[in-house]
Design a protein around this ligand. Structure first.
Ligand SMILES: Cc1cc2nc3c(=O)[nH]c(=O)nc-3n(C[C@H](O)[C@H](O)[C@H](O)COP(=O)(O)OP(=O)(O)OC[C@H]3O[C@@H](n4cnc5c(N)ncnc54)[C@H](O)[C@@H]3O)c2cc1C
Length: 384
């Protein structure tokens, strides 16, 4: 066989699993579809919560270098009546924004440093499983064999397609639309500026990512976008126009840079995350919503859990689906917590009265916004 373990996709989940398995003494090949590092990439997944930073430290990846961008030290919540409250984030739970391209590169550099084999330009198109091995087929018609495959290749993972494991999740069916600006007058620096309307599941939130680059991203119910029959940008502008004259004025006048992007549906389910000789981790194992800013944390945690379960199974020589219960159970516990949290957040995004209560009531706000339901130090109105 070419390796003990094939990892498909050298993103956060893949690197988190691969680095640990190499360190445990296994021969690991990580197959990455791209042919080189991306350079700056600010499209999704740039807000890293402290637990993600902790997972990185555990892997020996330090948070330093020019890929580490603005730290977020406060949240400004803007409510349906355009009143706002500023909540300073305690030091211990401050998120940091990163350039995703640089973040991925730091993880991959670490993988190579510990002795992992990273193969670029290796897009996996198909998988095959035999009694004694698993095989990854790549676009250039190579066949790579190993005892186990860990698919960490994100939302379009080949195992989801070839084994038909993915389904829509109507409860978490949202659209994301992001627009980038060179400047954005009135956006406080180092602040997550979160505009909450209580209708259509809509939230428009943004920040300065680094000097000269601001982003405001809309998350909203996908069904609303479909019923409006608008294009993604028209829908984005229409939500701002209807609910938020402050933001709308700026969205229409500030200089836009780069390409806007949109993605839908953001959330989906996966029916099985462990099969004989196959584990799915990170986004390849399912995705809920970016609301929590924890996608990378979850990717790295599931990568860690999968590496532990794979180590046990490889040592025992039992690579049947049932042998991965350690992973399946560990992941299920994490997912359940997240599902409850996202469900509560989406409920409040559709309820203007609940939002207005959250604006005033510290205990209630802490209940619905979790660790970021911090007491306010300043209050005001966006418009006089
Ligand atoms: C709108 C939006 C905003 C988000 N915001 C945040 C946020 O602020 N903070 C946060 O933590 N998370 C956020 N997320 C989630 C986060 O981006 C993902 O959860 C995270 O990137 C998942 O990591 P991963 O390793 O599972 O997959 P990915 O990061 O997608 O990595 C997959 C890797 O596999 C490679 N690959 C893909 N297909 C193949 C193939 N066939 N063969 C070989 N290689 C392949 C890819 O090139 C890539 O390197 C957001 C997501 C969305 C959609």
């Amino acid at each position: 066989m070419d390796a003990d373990v094939i990892i498909i996709g050298a993103g956060p989940a893949g690197c988190a699993a691969a680095i640990r398995l190499v360190q445990a003494g296994y021969r690991v090949i990580a197959l990455e579809r791209k042919d080189h590092e991306d350079g700056e990439d600010i499209t999704s997944g740039e807000v890293l919560v402290p637990t993600t930073q902790y997972e990185c430290n555990e892997l020996g990846v330090k948070f330093e270098g020019d890929w580490v961008l603005d730290e977020i030290t406060g949240i400004r919540n803007v409510y349906p009546d355009l009143s706002w409250a500023y909540h300073p984030i305690p030091h211990s739970i401050r998120p940091v924004q990163v350039d995703r391209g640089g973040f991925n590169a730091a993880l991959r550099k670490r993988l190579v440093e510990v002795g992992g084999q990273l193969v670029w330009n290796a897009r996996v198109t198909d998988l095959a499983f035999r009694n004694d091995c698993a095989i990854a087929h790549t676009l250039d018609r190579s066949e790579i064999s190993a005892r186990l495959i860990i698919d960490a290749s994100g939302r379009y993972a080949p195992s989801l397609r070839t084994l038909n494991l993915k389904s829509e999740d109507p409860e978490f069916s949202q659209i994301g639309v992001a627009v980038f600006f060179k400047s954005f007058e009135g956006t406080p620096l180092h602040t997550w500026d979160r505009h909450l309307y209580g209708v259509r599941g809509a939230m428009l939130s943004g920040s300065r990512i680094r000097p000269g680059l601001f982003r405001y991203i809309l998350e909203a119910d996908l069904a609303e976008k479909k019923s409006d029959r608008l294009g993604a940008i028209e829908f984005y502008e229409a939500i701002a126009k209807q609910h938020d004259c402050w933001l709308y004025e700026r969205i229409m006048s500030e200089p836009r840079v780069g390409q806007h992007w949109s993605m839908a549906p953001l959330g989906y389910r996966v029916s099985a995350v462990a099969r004989d000789r196959l584990l799915l981790v990170g986004d390849a194992a399912g995705y809920l919503s970016p609301i929590t800013g924890q996608g990378n944390e979850f990717a790295m945690r599931t990568g860690r859990l999968a590496a532990l379960a794979a180590d046990v199974a490889l040592r025992k020589g039992d690579l049947r689906a049932e042998a991965f219960s350690l992973y399946v159970e560990g992941r299920r516990r994490e997912v359940e917590r997240q599902v409850d949290y996202v469900r509560a957040q989406l409920r409040i995004l559709r309820d203007p009265d609940a939002l207005m209560r959250a604006a005033r009531d510290d205990d209630y706000r802490a209940q619905v916004f979790g660790p970021y339901g911090i007491p306010a130090t300043e209050r005001g109105y966006l418009i006089s």
